[in-house]
Design a binder for this molecule. Structure first.
Ligand SMILES: Nc1nc2c(ncn2[C@@H]2O[C@H](COP(=O)(O)OP(=O)(O)OP(=O)(O)O)[C@@H](O)[C@H]2O)c(=O)[nH]1
Ligand SMILES: [Mg+2]
Length: 428
């Protein structure tokens, strides 16, 4: 075998002489090369844009909201928006109206489930006939329940395992709900209007008219002494559940209902995953400043999703609800206060968060006040409270580095002077 000959004649592509100049019109290889160059330039530009956006963001105020589920993170976000970007807040009013209506339907659903359980138990025991009026109301309200299911499936598909309405990052729920209220096209010639008309949340899925028509039945259901007694027997204090609006049903089930700021604050929309919100301050000392607030889902299954957002975080706003006699929804064996304390300790001792400023909001101050006024003792629900001195030391004891720390007592739904968005200058 002639090894020298094979060495001399190049057989690998990189050993071949450079091809003559090719015209891209008749040479697919040259055309492919040009396309690859174009894509590469496009990627470079995108990377440059992303870097610019990141540099710009670094100069803005950035806040990461943390805390257990129902601690009030999203409510603080709404408060912030109301105080500093009221136009943007007002523009979302229509979308919040549907969430409030879904909250109302959620409470009705809970009552009907409890009644159904009770009726089934009574049937089994062969006891007296269930209340016919309530049976009729149950049937009459069923269209509302199926409407709730359809709307939640559209704005947050695949969340049927969760009670109530949920929102996933990038779900665009506000635009979806607002678009529904826009008028359908009159002539079909405007493509933008055509797109709107294809929105799946059509008028048929607007609970407003069904709620108005069902107002009397809802009032009868909620004010029925037997219903109240049944709820009590089953240990359900509906008034304490998030998104409770049944005491306002006469106002909400009205044709002209427009949610007030306070209604929007009280509306419950569970956060799933992590979502970043961008605001441009509309008034006050920082007008024109940009703020990024990252909101997270707080239930135990959601917490691993927080970690990628810990890097480079400037400020952590931790919400600790002062609900010492309540348990976590996802684990009824865990006291909310104990869980908050455990989570706060973890945040304080985390090395990756060592440079972040910590702000602690003791939220739901109103709930604490009414619980204490009712004579409920902390010791009974949080045995570890015992006779320890009442000090807020974990951030001092556990922080890897010394750092700024602030705390406030807040109520994210009650408008008071100590409310979460005092008109202060935002400092980076
Ligand atoms: N009474 C009272 N209710 C509050 C307060 N803050 C929030 N809420 C209510 O508590 C419920 C839960 O608040 P959210 O802001 O949705 O809680 P979250 O921390 O975002 O919860 P996840 O999204 O599940 O992590 C809502 O119905 C709020 O209206 C408060 O200070 N007092
Ligand atoms: Mg939330």
């Amino acid at each position: 075998m002639d090894i020298t000959a094979s060495k001399a004649s190049p057989s690998m592509p990189w050993e071949l002489p450079a091809p003559p100049f090719r015209n891209k019109d008749d040479d697919p290889l040259a055309a492919g090369f040009e396309e690859a160059l174009r894509v590469s330039r496009e990627i470079d530009e995108q990377l440059l844009e992303a870097k610019k956006a990141m540099d710009k963001k670094k100069k803005c105020v950035q806040i990461l909201l943390l805390g257990q589920a129902e601690s009030g993170k999203s409510s603080v976000l709404k408060n912030f928006q109301l105080a500093f970007a009221p136009k943007q807040f007002g523009a979302d009013r229509l979308a919040w109206k549907t969430i409030i209506q879904l909250n109302v339907i959620g409470s009705i659903k809970l009552i009907l489930e409890v009644l159904q359980r009770e009726w089934e138990a009574t049937d089994l025991q062969g006891k007296s006939e269930p209340n016919r009026d309530l049976r009729r109301i149950q049937l009459g309200l069923s269209p509302l329940l199926s409407m709730e299911q359809s709307i939640t499936q559209l704005i947050s598909p695949g969340t049927h395992n969760y009670r109530g309405v949920c929102v996933r990052p990038g779900s665009n729920w506000k635009s979806l709900l607002k678009a529904r209220a826009e008028k359908p096209p009159h002539d079909g010639s405007d493509p933008r209007k055509k797109r709107r008309s294809q929105n799946p949340l059509t008028k048929e899925l607007d609970p407003s008219s069904v709620l108005v028509a069902s107002k009397e039945d809802i009032l009868i259901l909620w004010n029925d002494p037997n219903v109240r007694a049944t709820l009590k027997r089953q240990g359900l204090t509906l008034e304490e559940t998030p998104g409770f609006f049944l005491n306002d049903i006469a106002r909400i089930a009205d044709v002209n209902y427009q949610p007030t700021d306070s209604d929007i604050m009280r509306a419950r929309l569970r956060t799933l995953g992590v979502e970043e919100h961008h605001f441009v301050i509309e008034k006050g000392l920082d007008v024109g400043s940009e703020v990024y607030i990252t909101d997270v889902g707080g239930s135990r299954s959601q917490r691993p999703k927080w970690i990628p957002y810990f890097e480079d975080v400037q400020t952590i706003l931790f919400l600790a609800p002062l609900a010492f006699n309540q348990a976590l929804e996802e684990d009824p064996d865990i006291n909310r206060l104990e869980d908050s304390l455990m989570l706060w300790r973890e945040i304080c001792r985390s090395k990756i968060l060592a440079n972040a400023t910590l702000i602690l909001f003791f939220n739901k101050k109103d709930v604490l006040q009414s619980t204490l006024a009712a004579g409920v003792k902390v010791k009974k629900y949080v045995p570890s409270y015992g006779d320890q001195p009442n000090e807020m030391a974990p951030q001092r004891k556990l922080s890897p580095l010394p750092r700024p720390f602030m705390f406030h007592e807040t109520s994210a739904v009650v408008s008071t002077k100590s409310n979460v968005c005092a008109d202060q200058k935002l400092t980076k």
